[in-house]
Design a protein around this ligand. Structure first.
Ligand SMILES: Cc1cc2nc3c(=O)[nH]c(=O)nc-3n(C[C@H](O)[C@H](O)[C@H](O)COP(=O)(O)OP(=O)(O)OC[C@H]3O[C@@H](n4cnc5c(N)ncnc54)[C@H](O)[C@@H]3O)c2cc1C
Length: 480
């Protein structure tokens, strides 16, 4: 095996929204930065959005990742340059000021709140083109609006990190504004060095400092190498699962990986008497606002392979002639359980557990009831419940019977929003890092990603992760 050595001022581990923004600001300020990313460097165009190819090359373990519990929760993470931003819907949400105030109080975070973060939200928005869909929203979004209007519920179109260009024939071309499209090229222009297919195995510690990292790389030809990276400071930005896994592998355990939070979601497929499934809409941009922040109702990507996976081979065979009349919708809750991240001995793989609580079970029940009512109000003729093998719901009475027999243990639950495994704040009995992301008890280790959100933000998290990453990096640069 080849053995290499590299030196830098600051090592940033992980190139998702947290790591990319950290590396960019550091490089812009003249720091000598290495950005190490375990996954491949692929452009947005290299894999069709939401395709099997995208899952294989940009998702961790091709999307086969699970948090064990009763029931287990399937979770998804990006594993490529740009992290989750390369595969996500880019829905861009501000957190509510009340949630941020709650964090200030519960975790004792200094110098924090909506007003303090606002300049960082704005600077991110300039770099990633946050915009609303021009023209009319897609058919599945219209169904959400129609159902909500009939029930007198509020909806909103959520802006996205997306660019829309009007073509000469009057149609629109839209493109995801992920980290590889926006922030990472800026970091590279300022001299940041990007190492890809480079997994940081562990940080080597001495006297409350980390002074080097061991990084394993595999070339496309399968050649393996081990690189020692020496640095003065390190920012760990591997995401809510991988950040605590790396720290624990390195022997750092205090308040690390004990408080993982999620927004778990449950899905139902609805059939309408007309077409509602348009490929170009992607993920529907409309959400029901009425029950936020407790509960969010919205639409999921509903391409034929996704529907097939969800409905199972027999059902989808029968529905093939009318599959364009089908679309998938979700109820997303704020999980109350605190999960753990540990390492499986002798491997680099984390072992994730997520207990769902009784409150979660009743939130799911409420979410399914509201979603069912909404879909019937929007004209659904059939609803396929979130467990294979169950009767199709054809009327609101069927929905009531289904809810009466509901068992959480048998439901298919998944999540794409994970955070809070290493919370931020001055309460050292609860928090892993201080108010600016510096690891308590260490002189030069910083965390700057989803793991440091103190608890579930109750909205799509990427906007907040980027703004906090910029705030913390700015503070670091001020102090250094
Ligand atoms: C399918 C999907 C859809 C989503 N939709 C939305 C949405 O519409 N709006 C929204 O706000 N959020 C959405 N999210 C969530 C959002 O993408 C994540 O919250 C966000 O990407 C987290 O950013 P991060 O920087 O903390 O970590 P990540 O994006 O997970 O990035 C971490 C990176 O670090 C790398 N890494 C990890 N460990 C190591 C190591 N040891 N060495 C080297 N590299 C390492 C990983 O490979 C990864 O690329 C979605 C997520 C998914 C999966």
């Amino acid at each position: 095996m080849l053995q290499n050595r590299l030196d830098c001022e600051v090592l940033v581990v992980g190139s998702g929204p947290g790591g990319a923004n950290t590396a960019y600001l550091l490089a812009q300020a003249g720091k000598d930065v290495i950005l190490a990313e375990e996954g491949e460097n692929l452009t947005v165009e290299q894999t069709p959005a939401y395709s099997l190819e995208e899952m294989k090359s940009k998702y961790r373990h091709g999307g086969m990742t699970v948090a064990l519990g009763k029931p287990s929760v399937a979770y998804l993470e990006g594993c490529c340059v740009g992290g989750g931003s390369e595969i996500n819907a880019g829905l861009y949400h501000y957190p509510s000021p009340e949630v941020l105030e709650e964090w200030v109080k519960d975790f004792a975070i200094r110098d924090f709140g909506f007003g303090k973060l606002e300049p960082f939200f704005k600077s991110c928005e300039q770099d990633i083109s946050v915009s609303s869909m021009p023209g009319q929203v897609g058919s599945a979004s219209l169904k959400l609006q129609e159902g909500a209007r009939k029930l007198n519920w509020k909806t909103a179109q959520i802006p996205r990190c997306w660019k829309y260009e009007c073509l000469s024939d009057g149609t629109w071309h839209s493109s995801r504004q992920s980290m590889t499209e926006t922030i990472i090229p800026k970091a590279l222009r300022h001299g940041c060095r990007l190492l890809t297919r480079a997994k940081v195995k562990r940080l080597c510690l001495k006297n409350h400092r980390a002074d080097h990292a061991l990084v394993s790389s595999v070339t496309k030809a399968g050649e393996q190498s081990l690189t020692t990276i020496n640095f003065r400071q390190v920012f760990v930005c591997g995401g809510a699962v991988q950040t605590p896994a790396l720290l624990r592998r390195s022997g750092i355990k205090k308040n690390i990986g004990n408080s993982l939070r999620m927004h778990p979601a449950i899905r139902m497929v609805a059939k309408f008497s007309e077409a509602v499934n348009e490929e170009q809409e992607g993920v529907p941009v409309v959400q029901v606002e009425e029950f936020k922040p407790r509960l969010t109702l919205g639409g999921s990507y509903s391409a034929l392979p996704h529907l097939a996976l969800w409905l199972g081979p027999q059902r989808i065979q029968k529905l093939l002639p009318v599959w364009k009349n089908l679309a998938m919708f979700y109820a997303l809750i704020v999980g109350q359980g605190a999960g753990t991240v540990r390492n499986i001995p002798w491997t680099d793989e984390p072992w994730v557990r997520m207990p769902l609580t009784r409150t979660d079970a009743s939130s799911f029940r409420e979410g399914l009831e509201l979603l069912g009512r909404l879909l019937f109000a929007a004209g659904a003729t059939e609803i396929f419940p979130p467990m294979q093998g169950l009767e199709i719901l054809k009327t609101p009475d069927d929905l009531k019977i289904f809810l009466g027999n509901l068992s959480l243990n048998k439901m298919d639950i998944s999540t794409i929003h994970l955070f809070s495994s290493c919370p931020m704040g001055e309460k050292t009995e609860l928090c892993a890092v201080d108010s600016y992301g510096k690891l308590h008890g260490f002189k030069n280790i910083y965390l700057n990603d989803a793991s440091i959100l103190p608890s579930a933000p109750r909205v799509n998290p990427q906007a907040l992760i980027m703004a906090i990453a910029r705030r913390n990096t700015a503070k670091f640069l001020e102090n250094i």
